[in-house]
Design a protein. Structure first.
Length: 205
């Protein structure tokens, strides 16, 4: 295949890179402003954390591959939209189908950059330790934001600790993709369980 032209690179910016900044997630950044996090910020945070922890948790991992996977892991959401773990059952039921279609669109629309679709596919398939590591780390970082935010989002949304734990049952199973990450995930979930005041506490009748 010939080298990409300026038009190919411009399309990369206008259809993938810039729209990624405008994809809001269902997570507040746990600081004073508490604005909604976007997908570009999330992907950078995950890449940074994964590259930092990979050598300590699993020295056999290729940190370069870990970084590459983390950077593009949510890129399908440009076309599929972000699906929050607390979304309705109807929305959650279509997640895999929407993201598979989005990956196919990326593969077709950006043929001059095959690395993008190939790397996303490696993440989705989780056939490598690097893919499994990033997949589990993605669950960990979400819970860390919940912990650092001290449940302010859940108090406002009236999400109880019991409801939180039930909703995140599948989330917890996904975190088991990498045993080393899961150990840290479980410790973090235990910290959340130890702080029921972070969550909505219905008044007794």
């Amino acid at each position: 295949m010939s080298k990409p032209t300026h038009a190919h690179i411009e399309k990369l910016f206008t259809e993938l890179i810039i729209p990624f900044y405008h994809l809001k997630r269902g997570t507040r950044i746990p600081d004073k402003g508490r604005r909604w996090e976007n997908d570009a910020e999330h992907s950078w945070s995950l890449a940074f954390l994964a590259c930092t922890l990979a050598p300590e948790i699993d020295p056999g991992l290729d940190v370069g591959k870990v970084c590459q996977i983390a950077v593009v892991h949510d890129l399908v959401e440009v076309y599929a939209g972000d699906t929050d773990v607390f979304a309705s059952a109807e929305v959650l039921a279509t997640k895999d189908e929407r993201e598979a279609a989005a990956l196919q669109k990326i593969r077709q629309e950006f043929k001059h950059f095959p690395w993008i679709a190939t790397t996303i596919d490696a993440y989705e398939r989780r056939e490598t330790n690097e893919g499994k590591f990033v997949y589990a780390m993605d669950k960990y970082i979400g819970c860390m934001f919940d912990y650092l935010d001290k449940g302010r989002l859940f108090q406002k949304a009236k999400v109880s600790l019991d409801s939180y734990n039930k909703t995140l049952e599948l989330h917890r199973r996904k975190a088991q993709s990498h045993p080393g990450v899961f150990e840290y995930y479980e410790k973090l979930r235990a910290l959340l369980d130890a702080h029921p005041e972070f969550f909505h506490m219905p008044k007794e009748a």
